[in-house]
Design a protein around this ligand. Structure first.
Ligand SMILES: [Zn+2]
Length: 203
């Protein structure tokens, strides 16, 4: 049993991290983690342009460094970008100094004051330092697009519970390559049927 919706006590423990937004705007916040990837980002960007949707991309510094033209395209087409460390480090596996260094290195290629910790793992004292320069953006709904043991039909079933103010996570990485093209259009349709609009997360 996968937990798609972030349990309510996470925001209680980490109230200064952004888990979702007010439902008043009737919007959801679509976020793509881990890109850019040459095999997939262009497809995602084409699709979003066709649907007139703006999203927020939490990019890995090493990928941003390798594919600056994809970063430029994201920005040019009205999407927001955020920092997701240089090499997708897990906050519980590296020292605070190394972690902060990784974010700093990534910032050479990702000009943003938004930050999302890979795997959602971030010790509290790391968060305190990062907040001096960044807004830490978590999520309220995780798609499991990367996990092939979760059928797309189940993800769509859970997507029917998406609501205004939700921050949604999908991915722009090789793990989702076979699935995202099938999943994303159906997810978008479900969200549109709820008369919700798509907004970027502003810095
Ligand atoms: Zn990630």
């Amino acid at each position: 049993m996968k937990i798609f919706r972030t349990p309510i006590y996470f925001p209680w423990f980490f109230p200064r991290r952004r888990w979702g937004f007010s439902s008043a705007s009737k919007s959801v916040y679509l976020t793509f983690d881990d890109g850019p990837t040459p095999e997939l980002s262009n497809w995602i960007l084409e699709y979003l342009a066709k649907e007139d949707i703006r999203a927020t991309f939490f990019c890995v510094g090493a990928n941003a460094k390798s594919y600056p033209e994809l970063m430029n395209r994201m920005i040019r087409e009205g999407h927001a970008i955020g920092n997701h460390t240089m090499h997708h480090e897990k906050g519980t596996k590296v020292s605070k100094r190394e972690y902060i260094e990784s974010i700093k290195e990534a910032s050479n290629y990702i000009d943003s004051t938004l930050f999302r910790p890979p795997y959602g793992r971030l010790p509290m004292i790391y968060g305190r330092s990062i907040r001096k320069n960044y807004k830490i953006v978590m999520w309220s709904w995780l798609s499991y697009d990367y996990d092939k043991s979760v059928p797309i039909s189940e993800i769509l079933e859970e997507a029917s519970r998406i609501k205004a103010g939700d921050v949604l996570v999908v991915h722009d990485n090789e793990k989702v390559m076979d699935r995202i093209k099938e999943l994303l259009p159906q997810m978008v349709q479900i969200i549109r049927e709820k008369e919700l609009t798509f907004e970027v997360i502003s810095a």
